[in-house]
Design a binder for this molecule. Structure first.
Ligand code: HEM
Length: 365
């Protein structure tokens, strides 16, 4: 599906569509022992993204308790400090890679601190997240390399279970403790469920964010006067964030499966049909966004874009992500008012579907 209205209609329709099989299917050529690790590394619980109501409602209501406006407000000072600490040393460089030297470590630091994971685990979490991405790419790796990645994932699962045990007995003011100890509307999560959510939140919480930030900066640097307009406030950062997410969204799309025969856009879909909802295409639907391929921050407010999905599975981290993008851009504008793009070779994206991931963006402060 590529039309905005069709995608939005399916995402709102939990009666006829299930999220059970929402991700691209695992690659068939993984060795059996690697496949075994992949199906067990994060525990027995289903992943949040593949749950349907009422199971999803129970789990999601507990996670939502950790993303209240109060929790986000409390995190804001720490988020700004994370941005400032990473940007400060880069001012002395003649050129740096925005993705590896700022966007990725920034996004990872923020989600780890939000979860309550000490900074000392940053390197390991980055490595394990990369292992997960490499296993998604899969095809060109030797069996030995695949095993190394899978072993890394098993360590990630063990790490999450150990953290869960610690917060169960000694809660702190962090998201892991909230997920273990809150019970909104009487809903509770088991320690195993919390442990399986930790890697999900770490991986989805930083890869998408780094991509969004990189794309917004790249778009502004490539448009004449674009960075200056951000710095002097001619372009409001909030509008730029929405337009950047619409223009090149980090999660290109997701699948849903029809649980019964259903008609969408005048076409009958038999029960069991698996439909790919291309959020990126919906965000370029000219019926919703005139001149869709141009970056036009002035178009906002417009129809809410689909970069965070819609309906039941709407991104749990959307408000946090918006705050992180705004704060990073504010800090960059203040510190690097003359930021420019280094001469660019063809941009290289990791071959990962549905996550878009630009691999490098060299800039001059
Ligand atoms: C710019 C950054 C981000 C983008 C573009 C993004 C995009 C998305 C999208 C499109 C979905 C819906 C998937 C579907 O329809 O099946 C989603 C769900 C989700 N996102 Fe994000 N996300 C971002 C940041 C974050 C952050 C910072 C976190 C963690 C704090 C996060 C955690 C999640 C989780 C756990 C889900 C599953 C929600 C559910 O199934 O109920 N995301 N995200």
């Amino acid at each position: 599906m590529t039309a905005y209205d069709d995608i939005a209609a399916i995402l709102r329709n939990d009666e006829d569509f299930s999220a059970r099989d929402h991700k691209p299917r695992p690659l068939k050529d993984l060795p059996p022992d690697v496949r075994e690790i992949l199906s067990t590394w994060s525990g027995e619980s289903a992943s949040l993204g593949e749950m349907d109501p009422p199971e999803h409602t129970r789990v999601r209501s507990v996670i939502n308790a950790g993303f209240t406006p109060r929790a986000l407000q409390a995190a804001e000072t720490g988020i700004r400090a994370a941005a400032a600490d990473l940007l400060r040393p880069l001012a002395a460089a003649s050129e740096f890679d925005l993705i590896t030297e700022f966007a990725l470590p920034y996004a990872l630091t923020v989600i780890l601190r939000f979860l309550g994971i000490p900074d000392e685990h940053h390197e390991a979490c980055l490595r394990w997240s990369d292992h997960k991405v490499q296993l998604m790419v899969g095809r060109d790796h030797t069996p030995e390399r695949l095993r190394e990645y899978a072993t890394g994932l098993r360590a990630f699962g063990g790490f999450a279970r150990e953290l869960t045990r610690q917060r169960l007995s000694a809660p702190r003011d962090d998201l892991i403790s909230t997920m273990l100890h809150e019970s909104p509307h009487g809903h509770r999560l088991s320690p195993d469920e919390v442990a399986s959510l930790i890697p999900t939140l770490i991986i989805t919480g930083h890869t998408t964010l780094a991509q969004a930030l990189s794309i917004i900066v790249r778009t502004q640097l490539r448009s004449p006067g674009g960075w200056a307009a951000l710095v002097d406030g001619t372009v409001p950062i909030a509008d730029l964030v929405e337009e950047g997410l619409r223009l090149d969204c980090p999660v290109v799309g997701m699948y849903r499966t029809a649980v019964r025969e259903v008609t969408v856009a005048g076409r009958a879909l038999p029960a069991g049909s698996r439909v790919l909802l291309l959020y990126g295409a919906g965000n370029h639907d000219p019926g919703r966004y005139p001149d869709p391929d141009r970056c036009l921050p002035a178009r906002w407010p417009a129809a809410p874009h689909l970069a965070f999905g819609r309906g039941t599975h709407y991104c749990v981290g959307a408000a946090l992500a918006r705050a992180e993008l705004r704060i990073a851009l504010e800090e960059m504008a203040t510190r690097f008012p003359k930021l420019s793009a280094a001469p660019e070779t063809t941009p290289v994206y990791r071959p990962t579907f549905p996550l878009r991931a630009l691999t490098a963006l060299r800039v001059r402060p």
